[in-house]
Design a binder for this molecule. Sequence first.
Ligand SMILES: [Zn+2]
Ligand SMILES: [Zn+2]
Length: 312
Amino acid sequence: MRAVRHSAEGIEVVQVPDAAPNLESEIISVRSASICGSDLHLLQFGALPFTLGHEFAGITSTGRAVAIDPNVPCGTCDQCRGSASNRCRTATNRILGIGADGGMADSISVRKSALIDLPASLRLEDACLVEPLGVATHGMRQAQLVGGERIGVVGAGSIGLAAVAAARPLASEVGLAARHEHQQAAGERLGAKVAQGEYDVVIECAGTSSALERATEMCRPGGLVLFLSTLWDSVPIPGFTAMAKELGFRWSFTYGEHEHGTDLKDSAQLLSDNPEIAETLITHRFGIDEAREAFRVASDRKSGSIKVVIEP
Ligand SMILES: [Zn+2]
Ligand SMILES: [Zn+2]
């Protein structure tokens, strides 16, 4: 079968052995897999010994339409036993598409407990967004909202726009600080206004020191800055402003389970209820044989791309 890998020559579509079933797993025929900023970051490490793709959806041999939780928690550490498997102490090198074979392939073997059934009206070709939008639905839980807050979002790549989509039903107003015009327009389609004034919660979605500075400025005294970005490098804290306002800083990492379900199920429902989210976020689609071009478009800031989807 075909699989997307990163070799010394760059992104390649290679032939690998078919995914093998076992008792705990299901073979998924992949229908959509989207490219994430962290995929682009991974490429800097050169040739990778596994298939890329942690945002994907497909169909089981019995015809179930599913999205996939790419995390593979150990199930036995204190965090896993404490219902915080996203904080598993050993899982990061097992995440599908990050440390183990991922979903940019014709098919993949996935443990049964990682399958998320899709609401009937959510299209498989859009369901790769369940994972990245799940990052945002988890972020809303981490923000411990009481309802009706003014929520600011700094950064309008796919995570920032996912944050807008997840915040919109919960906030009295969502204000977006975007760097590019097409991103601001996308945010407005999802219900955000241009950021103006103070916000109770500001979600930092760019992962840069200037974004953190902006988030700190936008936050009201006593408010919360929530980090949804991936900070690959250390960033300086605008300490004086944060201190004088007694701001809270909190992090959010992937997604997990809660009293009434899971962040990924919430994400699937949000996508199903609001088709404009997928229509706005997915700007480009490519067949798997065009994976190299798909990655080029995703990494080209001038392409106007938000989410680039590969369809095996
Ligand atoms: Zn991702
Ligand atoms: Zn664990």
